[in-house]
Write a protein that binds this ligand. Structure first.
Ligand SMILES: C[S@@+](CC[C@H](N)C(=O)[O-])C[C@H]1O[C@@H](n2cnc3c(N)ncnc32)[C@H](O)[C@@H]1O
Length: 264
């Protein structure tokens, strides 16, 4: 994968990676790792299916509603002081967090001056994210999450339902750019006031977590916010001293004085 296609999985936690390789072998009926390698090397387009099988694009809207509540109450009021806001949502999977953020920003009057960069290394997941169409059976849970996150309207105002699917209001992605970015090999591409990267670092070993957190530090303006998943933290990482905790339990941090100065 690395030599032929540039996807380097060597820094991933081995146990879950092994499970996913075994599942790829089963799903594609390659009979073993040798057959899988042959297809990765020689079959056009198979790499997309392989990356899709090796990643876990599971997400939901307003996942951990208390985090979105804290973003609404503690982070967005600070972002409101910037004339232009950049947000990087890394590891966006099928896009549910991106649309959740867009709803928050819209309700807090910040969306018009915000650009959201939503990235993932899984092209198949990015295609789903760009469409914004999800199973209707998820809408009830998401509606509950929306209200717990301090939603000001009814969640159903943000989608139209058709048969077993809901289609999120396409206006929610008017300031969103979805694109492929690999946290292992790609570099800084923006200067952000907020980076949201939840439930991605858990798949990485310590060295790769450090590299990724360094990338986030280099992408944040001074005073910018970083939000991680509930089982992730920066306390033991190489960049720990460069961040202050805003809400330890909710994994929200703020870049300190060594981060780059803000250029509005
Ligand atoms: C479990 S999902 C998290 C989705 C969302 N952030 C959430 O918390 O609901 C993990 C995502 O990380 C992505 N991912 C894994 N390794 C990556 C990498 N090296 N670069 C970019 N994205 C990656 C996967 O493709 C997957 O979509």
């Amino acid at each position: 994968m690395r030599l032929r296609h540039g996807y380097d999985f060597s820094g991933y936690a081995p146990a879950s990676l092994k499970r996913r390789v075994q599942q790829l072998v089963r799903v594609h009926g390659t009979g073993g790792i040798g057959g899988l390698i042959q297809r990765v090397l020689h079959e056009d387009g198979f790499v997309t299916a392989a990356v899709e099988g090796l990643s876990v694009p599971v997400s939901e809207m307003f996942r951990d509603p208390s985090v979105f509540r804290a973003l609404r109450d503690k982070v967005l009021p600070v972002l409101a002081s910037y004339p232009q806001v950049n947000i990087w949502q890394a590891g966006c999977a099928h896009g549910q967090e991106v649309y959740s953020l867009a709803i928050l920003l819209q309700e807090e009057g910040l969306y018009e001056r915000t650009r959201i960069y939503a990235t993932d290394f899984n092209d198949a997941a990015l295609a789903v994210a760009t469409e914004g169409i999800y199973p209707a059976r998820d809408a009830r849970d998401w509606s509950r999450g929306y209200l717990e996150a301090g939603g000001r309207q009814s969640f159903s105002d943000y989608y139209s339902a058709r048969y077993e699917f809901i289609r999120l209001d396409p206006g929610l992605r008017r300031n969103v750019t979805f694109f492929n970015h690999n946290l292992v090999t790609d570099k800084v591409f923006c200067e952000a006031q907020l980076i949201l990267c939840r439930n991605v670092l858990i798949y990485f070993d310590n060295a790769l977590q450090d590299r990724t957190l360094g990338l986030f530090r280099d992408s944040l303006v001074r005073g910018g916010f970083l939000c991680l998943g509930s089982r992730e933290n920066i306390e033991f990482s190489a960049v720990a001293a460069e961040f202050a905790s805003v809400d330890g339990a909710l994994r929200i941090y703020r870049a300190g004085s060594s981060a780059r100065p803000s250029t509005p």
